[in-house]
Design a protein around this ligand. Sequence first.
Ligand code: NAD
Ligand code: MLT
Length: 311
Amino acid sequence: MSKPVVLIAEELSPATVDALGPDFEIRHCDGADRQDLLTAIRDVDAILIRSATKVDAEAIAAARRLRVVARAGVGLDNVDVAAATKAGVMVVNAPTSNIVTAAELACGLIVATARNIPQANAALKNGEWKRSKYTGVELSEKTLGVVGLGRIGALVAQRMAGFGMKIVAYDPYIQPARAAQMGARLLSLDELLETADFITVHLPKTPETLGLIGDDALHKVKPGVRIINAARGGIVDEAALASALKEGRVAGAGLDVYAKEPCTDSPLFEFDTVVATPHLGASTGEAQEKAGISVARSVRLALAGELVPDA
Ligand code: NAD
Ligand code: MLT
């Protein structure tokens, strides 16, 4: 009897294949290459992806015997979950696999934007010893506004409290008592915008959150605020952010994610006050191993017709 086929559409930790074991035929494709994806997905039982592969309604329709879409990470905005469900395809992710890693990157971007570390590093390696140009701001006693106090937002809040930051948060789905347990005071979005010296975004990308930090919001911020987005591109509107940086309403930004990825050219990259990373939020060996093992287990269970636990 032939083995079920598992298609790996992006680079995943080698632990993923080890955890799948010998019971599957493993195939590979480049999920970011649309034609390659649409051809490869036709006759597989499961597909494993990160964030660069769009498993939309067209891809699901092209898949004749797909039973599982497994997302080795948190965000499911690149999967049409409704179309998958309608087609009887199970969608699984690894919701806790990379949260520490993603939170650590967000904290790194907060520190980097406060102290101009990447810019000073680049200048020094270019032979420039510029101490006053890269004078920064202290984090202690400043207010950090966490937009989205879920798993990652809470870890960022906890870590930045260790720097002496005061934590406020906007998340309409969290109770004030739960926020208080995490050391955060819940505010409305407008109150947070008016109060925070740093704003860090940890929301899923949904029709509701897309552009949430847009022109209107960026006109309400405390002058000199720094904005961090290590969640999803487009939640902070890129054109509105560029205007706010140009007009000095926003003093700096730390960005890991972009409306269109890969992104190698953006008006935002022209600002010396913008620290940019190429969607590295989940990119540690530890997180990738956890994500790979977690989705491999889920695929094994799902293809065996067994119950897949939530996390
Ligand atoms: P989570 O579900 O634990 O938390 C999200 C929080 O956002 C929840 O508390 C929810 O109540 C809140 N929320 C939802 N809609 C909202 C709205 N309209 N207004 C305000 N709050 C709202 O998710 P998480 O694990 O913390 O991850 C957050 C996001 O980070 C993911 O969806 C993913 O897109 C992104 N992420 C990025 C990377 C990266 O590599 N840069 C890595 C992991 C996760
Ligand atoms: C995620 O949502 O988990 C991140 O985007 C990380 C990734 O898989 O690239």
